[in-house]
Unconditional design. Structure first.
Length: 101
């Protein structure tokens, strides 16, 4: 009846998403305006991340509380990695929107 997703599972998945971003778009690029990737590259990266988040949501049938918990853990992981506030808000909003489709 209820699908309870453990906090450790949400945290592990949030870390996986953030690590995937870090591999393809390191914080050093985000914090150096002259080295920003093309819009197309950043779009492809975020589309892949959003697809993974949507698949996880479908598989685990997350309710709004677990979606919020996942987004919060993802946001804090990006912050710990050293990304800019602007990118953190953009990436977090993107996964939330895609999980709610």
């Amino acid at each position: 009846m209820f699908n309870i997703t453990r906090s450790s599972e949400l945290e592990e998945f949030a870390n996986t998403l953030a690590t995937d971003i870090e591999k393809r778009y390191p914080p050093s690029l985000d914090n150096t305006p002259s080295k920003h990737p093309s819009v197309n590259r950043l779009t492809r990266i975020m589309e892949d991340i959003c697809q993974k988040a949507s698949s996880f949501q479908s598989t685990h049938r997350l309710g709004w509380i677990n979606k919020a918990r996942l987004a919060n853990k993802f946001k804090w992981k990006l912050k710990d990695m050293g990304y800019s506030e602007k990118f953190i808000e953009f990436a977090t909003e993107a996964i939330v929107i895609h999980m709610n489709k």
